[in-house]
Each structure stands twice: as structure tokens, then as C-alpha cells.
Design a protein around this ligand. Structure first.
Ligand code: PRX
Length: 631
């Protein structure tokens, strides 16, 4: 273990000499053709990692281990919803993924074609992803909690050749049929996939339409076929993952192949206690970036078994996560603070009943980790709780404590130090000049972004440049849209978003997308959605709605508005409250003052209101607040 100073020197070297640093790290993966060099950076902010190199994510995640440890567990698929559990060895995963890859090819899908995956947490979801990687098809996983409107927008942007879906998922014992949502989405979308591969779990009745193919029959036809992993140029897009931004249109985060494999391998080694044969358990979902990096690819690339869990933290009882840790001797666990807050309310005996001594650490990410929760879980588990801060865009942690490289202590409230490869700069929001030490600034990353980070937005280089690098022209600074502050030792504290993105139970949602969903209701003239503090979920959306003349406001309309959000985006985005107002507080140029609304609702000072057009509109919200129930 190294001291804080040693780590800072290593971090500095990774920034000053990316060539040297990443050439060494690149040796952690198999290359069919070794790269010419680590970095080509002649078109900033577009970085090209490992040019000349050819590799394959599926080879590094599956075949490499199937060759040396074929019988070792790779995927441990547990569903507390259906009461099932099945472990697949690396050899079995290789066989399944080969069959899926052969099926894709038989359906005319090849290198560069998109495969959209709309699936619950079942083994087939991982097979579908890995099979795409195997043949150089580009997967785009859409979270199963998204409804038809969000799904249709992603179908139209990614234009998939194939869609892979299942009849249903299940949550808290309630079956959620996916097929009707998919059919509705296909009804809305302009794009048509060639085929839809349907996994039938027998949970919800459905009919195969003319473009649907039954997965079991299809895969059975191709079982036994050996489809080799195709060597792909390092820059070949491995996947697209949509995430929310300031506008209503989701951003298609695009990732490469070689850089991603190297970054994940490095992070597994230096951050996540990676060890072949160890067990990794992340409670996230394949629909999110944590699921991509730390359920599917990262653990497998490190030769670990990964638990694919369909279930919640409290069913059948609040000890379920810890019983899985004990049963499978989990080495590394990863969850979100919301799950811990949920468990904190329960009897601690549920935790104490299970032997969690196999755990090296519990990692948490996705939203701020509050101190009481951090202290409670650290005491209860007796292992380090390692907060890590990152984004869909970066693919792996920007800030944390790299335990393999540094023994610096955890500081409550801070995820830690900049991770190797990330040139973190806190800057003034207007000038891009460095914020003074101890002063709040926008957390930016100086280009080149490290390997594994997004290389562009799907088919939109211009938006990639303007959305992320546009705030500080000429400075090549990527904005995370988060506020941060650094202490004298370099520990960074995250202070919330600078934009209109909110974080509900670790799920990133755009308030503009929710507003768009609300305005699909014919009675709505105008709306503003803000995220307000919630003791369990971190934040929760609430909506202020101006009704069109002639329409009556009331509980029925509020319920219809909530339904519109559930239909367009999904239940996870439902506003917790709908408040009818005569007007929205706006600036004279017509911009809604969301920040001021949020402040008023959270009983904070709304700040500078010199640009407000109509103070009465904000006052009306203040009065509503006094009558509204506390969260
Ligand atoms: O605002 C930050 C918050 O979540 C955003 C990224 O969300 P997403 O793209 O879904 O990626 C999650 C990957 C773990 C960030 O811009 N965020 C993420 N991690 C933390 C966090 N806020 C505070 N502390 C964290 N550890």
C-alpha cells in the first residue's frame, strides 16, 4: 500500500505521461493485434485510445477464462421474484453466447449493426449483450423500467436491426409485462427492426407477431455452433447507452472497445479488489452504466463470477442481500445509497444474521452517500464503505480511493481523490479558470478523457462537443455538470448538479423529459418539474402545472398527469406531487426559474431574483409549500 503522497505522484504520472501509464495497463487484456501506441490525440476532444490494436470484449470477458478455468462460475443468476437460481460456468457462458452470436448472424446482423436489448435481470440479457460484442454488433440496452415513449425514442435514434426482449420482468412480486410496452413503442417509432427475439419466461401471456422470433427455438437451432470472437479495432463502438441531459432528447453515450476493456481491467485491479475466482455482486441493473461496467464486463474481464440479481433489497426479507453475500462468499459488493437507506430502517438483526466476512469492501455510487447511512453500514458490516463518483459518460469511477494503490483514509461525505487517468479540475462556472482552493467550482475533466470514457454521442459528434465541451470554449474541458469542492488534501466533495438533471434513488432523470411527458396531456398549458430533497430517494420529482383555459384542475387531472409520465417514461419518473399554479416563475426572457422553485420548496433562499418577471408566481409556490405535506 502506498501513502497519499505516493498515490498523488502516480496520479500525476498518469496525466503527464498517459502513453507510459496506459501502455502498461493495456497489458491486462488480450489483444489479437497489439496497439501501435496508447493514445492518439490529434483531434481533441476526440481521443483515440490504443490505435492499431485489435481486441474483443467478449473474448476478454468470456473466452479467455473459458480456456483456462472452464468450470469456474461466471454468472450466478438469482431471482427472488421467481424463486430461481442458476450458475453458468465460463464454458457454459461461452457456449450460450456463441449460440446467440450464431443466431444474430443467421438473422443478418453483423459488425456495426445495432441490437437493442429490453430485458429484465436474467442470464439471457447478459448473453444477448456478450453475443453482440462477440461479433462487433453494437448493443444498446434500455432499462426495463422505461415505458413505451422512452423506448420508442431510443429505437428511433439507434435504429436497431434486432431487438431482444422478454415477456416480462417482476418487481416486488408484481409481474411487469414488457411485450405490450415494446409493441406500443414499435407503434410509435418510425424505425422498424428486422426481427424481435422474444425470451418467454412464462410470466405474462403474449402473442408472437410476424416479426417476432421465439428465443428458445432460435437458440436451440444454433446451439453447438462455434462463432469465434471477431477481432475489432480498438475504436470500434462496443455499445450505446442512453442517458438524460438538459434537453428532452436523451444522449446516446458511445463507448469504444479497446479503451473500455483496458479501463475496466485497470479499475477491477486497482479499485474493486478484482481476483479471478472471486465473486462480485452489484445490485444495479443492466439498463444502467453500473450494470454494463460492473455486472457484465468488469467482473468477467477480471475472471470473477458476477451475481445477476432480479429482486429488491427487502424481499423476501431485508436480509436477502446479505444472505447472498454469505451464500456465495462475495468478495466485492456494489450498491446505491438508496438501497442502504431502505435497509437502515429495518431491524439490524437481518444483517447480523449473515456472515459477511468474505467482503473486502462495499462500494456505493450513483448519488450522494449521506454520513448517517455511511456510518451505520460501516459499523454494521465492519468493512470499508467506498463511495465512488462517476457518470454514464465516463464508464468507470472519476473519484474514489484506489485501495490497491493508496491507503489514504475515507473522509465522510467525499468519494475521495481523482482516479488515475482523470484530470479533474474544479473551475469557475463562467470563466473556466481554476476555482480557489476550498471554493465551489464546476467539476470538469481536461481532455483527453481517459480510456473507457465516452468517445462521442451516437452519430452526433457536434452534440458531443457542444454539450460537454461547449461551456468553456477553447479550453477542452469536459463538464460533468456537477458542483464540487476540494479540501487541502485533494479530497473532492460533490455538491449537486449544475443543470436540470435530477437523481431519484440513484436513477438519473432529466426534468425536461418529464416536462415533455406532462405536456402530452391535452389540458396542460405549461409545466415545470423540479427535483426536491427526499429522505429515502435522495431526490423526488414534483411538477407545477398551468392548466389550459376551460380545463378544471383537480385530483383527477393530477392523477392523469402522473399516468402520462408513467406511460411516456416509466414509473420511476412519476412526480410525487402535482401542483396547479396560475403561472410559472420565469425570467423576463422566458426561462423557467427551476432553481428558485426548488429552493423555495426546500425552504432555502432562492438567491438572486433580479431577472424574475413575476414575483407573484414564486410567492404562489411558497404558499403552496406551506400547505403541502413534508416529504
Ligand atoms: O450527479 C452525479 C451523481 O450521478 C450522476 C451520474 O449519474 P449516472 O450517469 O446515472 O451514472 C452513475 C454512475 C455511478 C453524476 O453526475 N453521482 C454519481 N455518483 C455519485 C454522484 N453524486 C454523489 N456521489 C456519488 N458517488
Amino acid at each position: 500500500m502506498k501513502s497519499l503522497e505516493d498515490y498523488k505522484a502516480l496520479h500525476q504520472a498518469s496525466i503527464a505521461d498517459p502513453e507510459g501509464f496506459w501502455t502498461r495497463e493495456a497489458q491486462r487484456i488480450d489483444w489479437s493485434t497489439p496497439p501501435r501506441r496508447a493514445l492518439e490525440n490529434d483531434q481533441p476532444p476526440f481521443a483515440h485510445w490504443f490505435p492499431g490494436g485489435e481486441t474483443n470484449l467478449c473474448h476478454n470477458a468470456v473466452d479467455r477464462w473459458a480456456a483456462v478455468r472452464p468450470d469456474a462460475p461466471a454468472l450466478i443468476c438469482v431471482s427472488t421474484e421467481t424463486g430461481s437460481e442458476r450458475t453458468y460456468s465460463f464454458a457454459e457462458v461461452k457456449a450460450e453466447v456463441s449460440a446467440w452470436a450464431a443466431a444474430y448472424q443467421a438473422l443478418g446482423c453483423g459488425q456495426g449493426d445495432r441490437v437493442l436489448i429490453y430485458m429484465p435481470m436474467i442470464a439471457e440479457a447478459a448473453f444477448a449483450m456478450l453475443a453482440a460484442a462477440r461479433i462487433g454488433a453494437i448493443h444498446t440496452v434500455v432499462f426495463g423500467g422505461f415505458a413505451s415513449g422512452a423506448l420508442a425514442a431510443r429505437i428511433d435514434d439507434a435504429k436497431p436491426k434486432l431487438i431482444v426482449a422478454a415477456d416480462a420482468g417482476s418487481r416486488m412480486g408484481k409481474v411487469i409485462a414488457y411485450k405490450p410496452l415494446l409493441d406500443q413503442a414499435l407503434g410509435i417509432a418510425d424505425h422498424r427492426p428486422d426481427k424481435v427475439i422474444m425470451v418467454n419466461r412464462g410470466l405474462a401471456p403474449f402473442h408472437l407477431a410476424h416479426h417476432d422470433v421465439d428465443a428458445e427455438t432460435l437458440i436451440a437451432e444454433h446451439r453447438g455452433k462455434e462463432i469465434a470472437c471477431i477481432p475489432l479495432p480498438s475504436a470500434h463502438p462496443s455499445y450505446i447507452l442512453y442517458t438524460s441531459g438538459t434537453t428532452g432528447k436523451p444522449k446516446g453515450v458511445q463507448r469504444d472497445t479497446g479503451g473500455y476493456a483496458v479501463a475496466l481491467a485497470a479499475s477491477m485491479e486497482h479499485i474493486f479488489y478484482g481476483q479471478p475466482g472471486g465473486v462480485f455482486f452489484s445490485t444495479s441493473d443492466i439498463g444502467w452504466v453500473v450494470g454494463h461496467s460492473y455486472i457484465v464486463y468488469g467482473p468477467l474481464i477480471a475472471g470473477m463470477a458476477s451475481i445477476v440479481y432480479e429482486g429488491t433489497p427487502t424481499r423476501p426479507d431485508p436480509g436477502i442481500l446479505w444472505s447472498l453475500v454469505a451464500k456465495h462468499r462475495v468478495r466485492t459488493m456494489f450498491t446505491a445509497p438508496t438501497a442502504l437507506r431502505l435497509l437502515k430502517k429495518e431491524d439490524p438483526a437481518y444483517l447480523k444474521a449473515h456472515d459477511c466476512t468474505s467482503l473486502k469492501a462495499l462500494f456505493v455510487a450513483g448519488e450522494p452517500l449521506d454520513e448517517p447511512t455511511a456510518l451505520w453500514i460501516a459499523e454494521a458490516l465492519g468493512v470499508p464503505i467506498l463511495d465512488n463518483y462517476w457518470q454514464t459518460e465516463t464508464g468507470w469511477p472519476i473519484l474514489t480511493l484506489c485501495r490497491n494503490l493508496c491507503d489514504a483514509p475515507v473522509k465522510p461525505g467525499s468519494p475521495g481523490l481523482p482516479v488515475f487517468g482523470f484530470d479533474v479540475r474544479l473551475v469557475d462556472e463562467r470563466t473556466g479558470q481554476p476555482a480557489a482552493q476550498g471554493e465551489k467550482g464546476v467539476l470538469t475533466l481536461a481532455a483527453p478523457l481517459p480510456p473507457g470514457a465516452l468517445t462521442t454521442l451516437w452519430q452526433d459528434d457536434a452534440r458531443f462537443q457542444s454539450a460537454y465541451f461547449g461551456d468553456f470554449p477553447g479550453q477542452n474541458l469536459y463538464s460533468t455538470f456537477d458542483w464540487g469542492v476540494q479540501d487541502e488534501e485533494g479530497y473532492t466533495f460533490i455538491l449537486g448538479r449544475t443543470d436540470d438533471v435530477i437523481n431519484v434513488a440513484g436513477h438519473r432523470l432529466g426534468t425536461r423529459e418529464i416536462e415533455q411527458a406532462i405536456t402530452t396531456h391535452p389540458a396542460v398549458a405549461d409545466t415545470a418539474v423540479v427535483g426536491v430533497a427526499d429522505p429515502l430517494k435522495g431526490q423526488t420529482p414534483i411538477a407545477f402545472v398551468v392548466v389550459k383555459g376551460g380545463h378544471g384542475a383537480g385530483p383527477d387531472l393530477a392523477a392523469e398527469i402522473v399516468q402520462a409520465v408513467a406511460r411516456e417514461i416509466g414509473a420511476l419518473a412519476k412526480p410525487q406531487g402535482v401542483y396547479f399554479v396560475p403561472a410559472l416563475p420565469k425570467t423576463r426572457s422566458g426561462k423557467v426559474l427551476r432553481r428558485a422553485i426548488q429552493a423555495v420548496w426546500e425552504d432555502r433562499d432562492p438567491g438572486d431574483l433580479t431577472t424574475i418577471e413575476d414575483e407573484g408566481a414564486l410567492e404562489a409556490i411558497r404558499i403552496l409549500r406551506q400547505g403541502a405535506p413534508s416529504p
